[in-house]
Every structure is written in structure tokens, then in C-alpha cells.
Design a binder for this molecule. Structure first.
Ligand code: S3P
Length: 169
């Protein structure tokens, strides 16, 4: 089984991924961390020194690499499904699970988060809500291609795993 968790920054992909991995015994991989190790640079460094397009190309290469790993739960970067035919590749090679969270909740979480995210750096709460709503407008059509949509990723882990198992066959 191969599971791709997708969704906006701050939707809880890594937190859910880690819990699902602990529960199921599968391996967990955070795609941004994988990119940082592979290229020996942080995500903000790649954005600043090489630009977003280069980051997206690296992201694509890493999806290709991970798409042959076995028994793995992958937390993808928030923009990953929205570039090239990444969503098609992920749908072909695993179960895509979209974590659908309200912009105001995302905004509050992102303000508290310690992870540096180049696309939202320095934004206030209101600016963030606006950015998230505008970006979600553009990203929705990609996220909606996910095989499974979960709007309560913090529900008990057993029921989330059950939903995933049912949709994995
Ligand atoms: C991005 C999301 C980030 C990271 C990069 C770009 C995006 O990942 O890949 O900063 O375009 O939404 P998280 O969703 O893990 O924060």
C-alpha cells in the first residue's frame, strides 16, 4: 500500500501521517524533508536561491522516486498536486487522501507554526485567510482529484485508517 496525504499547508498531513504510520507499521516520509536531505538545502533556501519553478521540478523528481516505495505514507507538500501531472502520477501509484480544512483554521495554525514557509512569510492573520482562499480557488480542482477526502483528520486514528483501507482496494 502507498498513501499520499495531500492538502493545503497547515492541514495536518505530517501529523496525521506520523500517527497512521505508528498505527499501521508503515513507513512515514515527509516530502519536504526528503527534498531537503536529497538536495542538501532547506525548502526556503531552494525558493530563495533557485526560484519556485526549480523547487517544483525537484518536488516532481522526488514524487517519481517515492512512487515506487512500498508500504509507505507520504505527506506531500501543499503545492505538489498542482504542478505537472503529479496528481495523475500519485493516483496511478497509490491512494491520494485530501485533508480538507477550513481557511480560518489553516490560517490560525499557520500563524503558530514554526516551519518556515516561503509562500506565506510575514503575512498577518487576515492576509493569510485571503491568501488561502485565493490559492484554494486555484488549487481546488487538483485537490478534488483525490480518491478520498477527509474533513476531520483529527478523528480517531482507527476510523481514519478504516476509511483508507476501504478505499485502497
Ligand atoms: C508549499 C507547501 C510547503 C512546501 C513549500 C510550498 C505550497 O509544504 O512544500 O513551502 O506550495 O503550498 P507544506 O504543505 O508541508 O507546508
Amino acid at each position: 500500500m502507498r498513501i499520499y496525504l495531500i492538502g493545503f499547508m497547515g492541514c495536518g498531513k505530517s501529523t496525521l501521517g506520523r500517527k497512521l504510520a505508528a498505527f499501521s507499521g508503515m513507513q512515514f516520509i515527509d516530502m519536504d524533508k526528503f527534498i531537503e536531505e536529497r538536495y542538501r538545502k532547506t525548502v526556503p533556501q531552494i525558493f530563495a536561491e533557485e526560484g519556485e519553478l526549480e523547487f517544483r521540478k525537484k518536488e516532481r523528481k522526488v514524487i517519481e522516486e517515492l512512487s515506487v516505495f512500498q508500504d509507505i505514507i507520504i505527506a506531500t507538500g501543499g503545492g505538489a498536486p498542482c504542478f505537472f501531472d503529479n496528481m495523475e502520477l500519485m493516483n496511478k501509484t497509490g491512494l491520494t487522501v485530501y485533508l480538507n480544512i477550513h481557511p480560518e483554521i489553516l490560517s490560525a495554525r499557520l500563524l503558530k507554526s514554526k516551519t518556515e514557509r516561503p509562500l506565506i512569510k510575514g503575512k498577518t492573520y487576515d492576509e493569510l485567510v485571503k491568501y488561502i482562499e485565493d490559492t484554494l480557488d486555484k488549487r481546488d480542482k487538483y485537490y478534488k482529484k483525490a480518491r478520498l477526502c477527509i474533513s476531520k483528520p483529527d478523528a480517531d486514528i482507527e476510523s481514519v485508517m478504516e476509511m483508507i483501507r476501504k478505499n485502497a482496494d
